[in-house]
Structures are given as C-alpha cells and as structure tokens.
Ligand binder design. Structure first.
Ligand code: UT7
Length: 336
C-alpha cells in the first residue's frame, strides 16, 4: 500500500517518547523463580533484563499516560488539539471500555476520540498505517499513537518458556501532516489466522469464557509454541522487509536503520541478514526491556531518536500472534 493520496498529504512522525517502569527483573532474579539461567536466556534470546510494573495501580493505561504526557510536554503540545488517540495493546485495562478512551481523557485530549487496536506484536506496526491514513484523509491533523503493554499481567511466572521473554513498557508517537517530503511511505501488512493456536491467551474471549477450569489450567495467561512462532517470525519478518524494499526499489545500502520488533535477537539477526544490513544499522534494546509487545517499536524510536536525521530511510518490521506481520517504510521527518 503506497501512501500517495489525491490531496497530496503525507503523514509524518513529528514527536516520540517512551516510558518503562523503574523496577528491573533481571535474568538472575528469574533464576530464583524458574529452572533457567542467564547463559541460556542471553544466548537464546539476547535478553538480560526487563522492566516490571508491579504496582496493581499501574495498569497499561498508566504506562501509556506516562509516555503520552512526556511527548506532549517535550513538544509543548496542547492536548486539546489532538484529534485521535490510538492505543495498540494486548493488555487493555479492561475487556470492554477502550484503554485509549481513558488515556485520552486523562491526558486532557477532550476533543479526541479513542480506540484500541489489537494485533499482538504487530499492533504498533498496523497502528502506524492506521494513524497515517487518518492524516492522509485530510480530516485529522494530530493522531497520537501509543503502543503499551503490561505483559507481566498476563505472564505465568512459573512458565519458563514465556516468563523470560516479556516485559512492560509504553511508547508514543505523534502523526501530523508532513511539511516536507518525508513521512509514511509504504507498508506491506499480512495475517494468517491458522497460526492462532501457536500463540494466544485462550480464555476470556467468547470462544472460551472464563470459568473455574480456565483458572485451574492457567489459560488466562499467554502461551506459545516457541519454536513454531520462531520459525514463522524469522521467515515472515524477513519476507515482509524484503517485499517493502523491493516495492520501493531500495537496497540494503539505502536503509539508514531497521527497527525490528524486539522478540528475540536471533529473529532480528536473521531479518537483518536477509536485508543485507550491517549490525550498526539494526536497532536493538531487547537486552534491557525484553519483548514489550506493542511497545517495542516506539521504545526503539524513543531510545534512538537522536541518531535519526531528516530524510533517513527507516524500515519497521514485526511479527506476532494471530499470526500478524509486516513491514513499514518511513522517511524520517526532522532533525533533533
Ligand atoms: O513477539 C512474538 C512472540 N514470541 C516470539 O517471537 C518468540 C519466538 N520463540 C522464541 O523466541 C524461542 O522459541 C524461545 C526463546 C521461546 C525458546 O528458544 P528455543 O531455542 O526455541 O528453545 P526450545 O523451545 O527449542 O527449547 C530448547 C530446550 C528445551 O529443553 P530440551 O527439550 O532440549 O531438554 C527446553 O525445555 O530449552 C529448554 N528451555 C529452557 N531452558 C532454560 C525452554 N525454556 C527454557 C528456559 N531456560 N527459560
């Protein structure tokens, strides 16, 4: 999907911010909780520690609000000028009542509407395409896209195959009409529902409503068939990145940075190899945050913002439950 419209409006990211809780859950902490060790976790995933919002009064909306407020303050933006708040998340505060609506109210975006977007680890990627299209329509001028997840609320800390991977965090970006030629260029987004048995939270939806058995068997927590997810992630993240590069006649040399979903360093390395990218152009923070699901991409933007220059060609790529996956090509809009 090429982002050219009849009105000639291009959507650009004009501000970014990130928030992670202060509490660190290290590999050595996990060694005391499950049968694992630092060497295994680092060599299989690249993760050294993750952040945890242990306080029950700090749900996903809390993380999202911290990131959003930071962005508004940083760029001195009046929240009343925000048109839309989108929250990509798999851990909404509640099953019904969009977290985005609550976040919008709490940050003072009283003229905005808000809704959540759920596409597992691809949520922020899909959200970038959604936010861009609202801007490109010409009817909306400021769309706040937040990726936020409190993964610790759905992780079973006795399951060593999932508890070592996930962490909590949030990141926010503002989309506005571009005032130069740079912004959202193109995307390649896909899904395959036959993969839903390999990565899911089984209980709590209309297929398996909560009952006494769902709690006994622990199916209210996230589960995955790690190897199946791994194989599909390696293939599809690399395929999607290659596809979006081909569609835009880009070679590895043209790309300033790859921003890959932070699920596993080995998946990231395989994607970078297929794109012919040197290590210094592949952005990573998995070692300190783990997999924060919807928050990995905006947290990369926030951590590495100072490295970007106007016109830099960036590729974002993600793979997640559903299955969902894809890649976005964006040219960076501003110098710091
Ligand atoms: O964001 C999208 C969501 N998730 C992903 O992208 C995750 C994709 N998958 C993965 O990242 C990897 O599959 C994992 C990190 C989850 C697992 O790594 P793996 O190399 O695929 O390990 P494995 O499942 O093949 O297990 C290898 C061995 C097994 O022992 P045996 O059967 O060989 O004796 C596991 O029981 O490692 C064992 N194992 C562990 N050992 C120490 C599994 N988890 C652990 C652990 N610590 N935490």
């Amino acid at each position: 999907m090429k982002s050219i419209n009849s009105k000639g409006i291009k959507a650009a990211i004009t501000a970014v911010s990130g928030y992670v809780p202060s509490e660190i859950l290290s590999n050595s902490d996990l060694e005391k909780m499950v049968d694992t060790n630092d060497e295994w976790i680092v060599s299989r995933t690249g993760i050294k520690e993750r952040r945890i919002a242990r306080n029950p009064l700090e749900p996903t909306s809390f993380l999202a609000i911290q990131a959003a407020n930071q962005l508004l303050q940083k760029k001195n933006i009046d929240p009343l000028t925000i048109d839309l708040v989108l929250v990509a998340t798999v851990t909404p505060d509640m099953g019904v009542a969009a977290t985005a609506a609550y976040v919008a109210t709490q940050i003072g975006a009283h003229n905005a509407f808000g809704f959540d977007l759920q596409a597992a680890c691809s949520g922020f990627l899909y959200g970038m395409s959604t936010a861009s299209m609202y801007i490109e329509s010409g009817r909306y001028k400021k769309v706040l896209l937040i990726g936020a997840d409190k993964m610790s609320s759905i992780v079973d800390y006795t399951d060593r195959t999932t508890c070592i991977i996930f962490g909590d965090g949030a990141g926010a970006v503002l989309f506005e009409p571009s005032e130069n030629d740079f912004g959202f260029e193109n995307s390649y987004l896909r899904s395959d529902g036959s993969g839903r048995d390999s990565l899911n939270i089984k209980a709590g939806g209309s297929l398996h409503p909560f009952d006494e058995n769902t709690f006994t068997e622990g199916s209210h927590n996230i589960m995955q068939d790690g190897q199946t997810v791994f194989k599909n992630a390696v293939k599809n993240m690399a395929d999607a990145s290659e596809k979006v590069m081909l569609q835009n006649k880009l070679s590895g040399d043209d790309i300033a940075f790859l921003l890959p979903h932070q699920a596993n360093k080995r998946i990231i390395d395989a994607t970078a190899r297929r794109m012919n990218l040197s290590e210094d152009r592949v952005l990573m923070n998995i070692e300190k945050y783990g997999n924060t699901t919807s928050a990995t991409l905006p947290l990369l933007l926030s951590d590495y913002e100072s490295k970007f220059s106007k016109g830099d060609k960036l590729i974002f790529a993600a793979f997640g439950g559903g299955f969902t996956w894809g890649a976005v090509y964006l040219t960076w809009n501003y110098n710091n």
